[in-house]
Design a binder for this molecule. Sequence first.
Ligand code: MG
Ligand code: MG
Length: 257
Amino acid sequence: MIVRKSAAEVEKIDAAGSILADCLDMLAAEARPGVTTAELDGLAERLIRARGGLPTFLGYRGFPASICASPNDMVVHGIPGAYRVAEGDVLSIDAGVTLGGYVADSAITLAMGAVDAEALRLLDVTAESLEAALAECREGRRLGDVSHAVQEVVEAAGFSVVRSLVGHGVGKEMHEDPQIPNYGDPGRGPRLEEGMVFAIEPMVNAGGHEVFVADDGWSISTVDGSLSAHFEHTVAVGKKAPRVLTRRGSERGAAEG
Ligand code: MG
Ligand code: MG
């Protein structure tokens, strides 16, 4: 069942989302060749706690860190550690913030130094597919319209949508109904209503869509070794327009429906 949030609840998720947006902007500024993903994790946890939030991921089903840091062919759920970011990497960072009992969830993929043109195109297309999906988050649309929007942008660019990982409802819990695949048929699925809050998160591979879980039990990578990108926003469905609750300062002025 998709639980609709009250206006007051959406404000609470927005407050968590503001901390998270600032956290990701901070990480984008600090991430550079030479830094370890453990160092980025420490910076994230410090900022989140300093702002009065809790790092949602830490301890979630036993996850040992505050962020997921997933370089290159790693799609999602990378455990921060000794990995040292290198020139030419693409690095996906996913984080969650809980504040006042409500959760926001967001992710970005960063280009580290000089990155090849095809990798940059992967990042641009993935971010564009997220914006296309966010624009569908208003009354009168169906969940399939959101899923289809991602798929259409990604596949038109010649990339693949990861099928075994999905977006989700978010609110009191990080993962609520519904599941939101990044592919699907337009005009199908539940009708969107004001107050539904979703974490929409295209995970896009430069090569094939197949992924596998590593021996660490968490990190998920592409089977063919191709690069992968991940962007995510938490968004409240509005009557006429979506309200993105994790919009970063660095992207304001970008498409806001
Ligand atoms: Mg996330
Ligand atoms: Mg998520």
